[in-house]
Ligand binder design. Structure first.
Ligand code: HH2
Length: 286
């Protein structure tokens, strides 16, 4: 299987690691660390690529519960200068945004993937992606909106609701002529869900694979991990690696992580185990 993106058909014969680059002052786990200047953010991009990131995901607005939206011009000023250089690093670059204006400018600068936590529900977002001939898109499930989502999480069995939602969003995109090979799904861990619902989405993740879209999972440092380990956000590396490994073992094609080096090492162990079973692990075809 491959994920078609602007410049790369990303081979999914082995699990892929998406390294997070938050160019924000207020992200929940690394707010402010890569925000000081474009150069700082780019150094971080380079480090993630050295550590084995297959994809870089650049974001300029935190989705941390309760954080107000960032004005358009501010988001562009944060993301676009970093993107302009990051597209030269030889790996696919994704932009984490829900604003169609940012999507369009990012795609013009050569972004490979649009990663939208709103799954293209904002006016103009479907069209911004559909207007591009080949960019990849990650559709993520979110219940409610970041300002309030953890105050009123979704009710009932999350798994079929997430699947139905992502199915509907994919169909909306395909009706606009976007091929299925450009689309990835993300259950949206921590986005308007209880701890139990997040773990149900991991335990039963294979139910989200039936439509045939590659699955991207973002557990890195999330509060559900803190809920079970009792650890504060900066001490959740081991828990995050464990969750990434479980997600891959249950069929995720891509994991979105802060701690690239540790995740890459863990996934090499997983791949070696798969290879011993006679599987396809170990080859690279980005
Ligand atoms: N999680 C966050 C942001 N974007 N995109 C996808 N596809 N999946 C996710 O799980 C996801 C996401 C939140 O994490 P982070 O970027 O570290 O924090 P913040 O939103 O506070 O910048």
């Amino acid at each position: 299987m491959q994920w078609q993106t602007s410049r790369f058909a990303i081979g999914l014969d082995r699990p892929r690691v998406m390294g997070i680059v938050n160019v924000t002052p207020d992200s929940f786990s690394d707010g402010g660390r890569w925000f000081a200047s474009t150069r700082t953010a780019l150094e971080h991009c380079e480090q993630l690529v050295r550590e084995g990131a297959d994809i870089l995901d650049i974001g300029g607005e935190s989705t941390r519960p309760g954080i107000p939206p960032v004005p358009l011009e501010e988001e562009k000023a944060r993301v676009l200068p970093v993107l302009r250089e990051a597209v030269k690093f030889g790996v696919p670059v994704s932009v984490d945004t829900y604003k169609p204006e940012v999507m369009r400018e990012a795609l013009d600068l050569g972004a490979d993937i649009i990663n939208d936590v709103w799954a293209l529900r904002r006016p103009g977002a479907l069209d911004a992606v559909a207007a591009h001939p080949s960019c990849g898109v990650c559709l993520m499930h979110m219940h409610g909106e970041p300002m309030t989502m953890q105050r009123s999480p979704m009710a009932g069995d999350a798994v079929p609701q997430v699947r139905d939602f992502l199915h509907e969003r994919s169909e909306a995109l395909r009706r606009r002529g976007v091929s299925a090979t450009r689309i990835a799904w993300d259950p949206g861990i921590g986005f308007g869900k209880t701890v139990e619902q997040n773990f149900a989405l991991l335990a039963r993740q294979r139910e989200l694979l039936r439509d045939g879209y590659p699955l991207l999972a973002g557990w890195s440092r999330k509060s559900s991990l803190g809920a079970v380990t009792g650890e504060p956000v900066h001490e959740r590396v081991a828990a995050s690696v464990a969750a990434a490994l479980l997600a891959v073992d249950k069929g995720a094609a891509i994991v979105r992580v802060h701690d690239v080096r540790e995740t890459v090492a863990a996934l090499k162990v997983w791949s070696a185990t798969q290879a011993a079973l006679g599987g396809q692990a170990g080859t690279t075809t980005t």
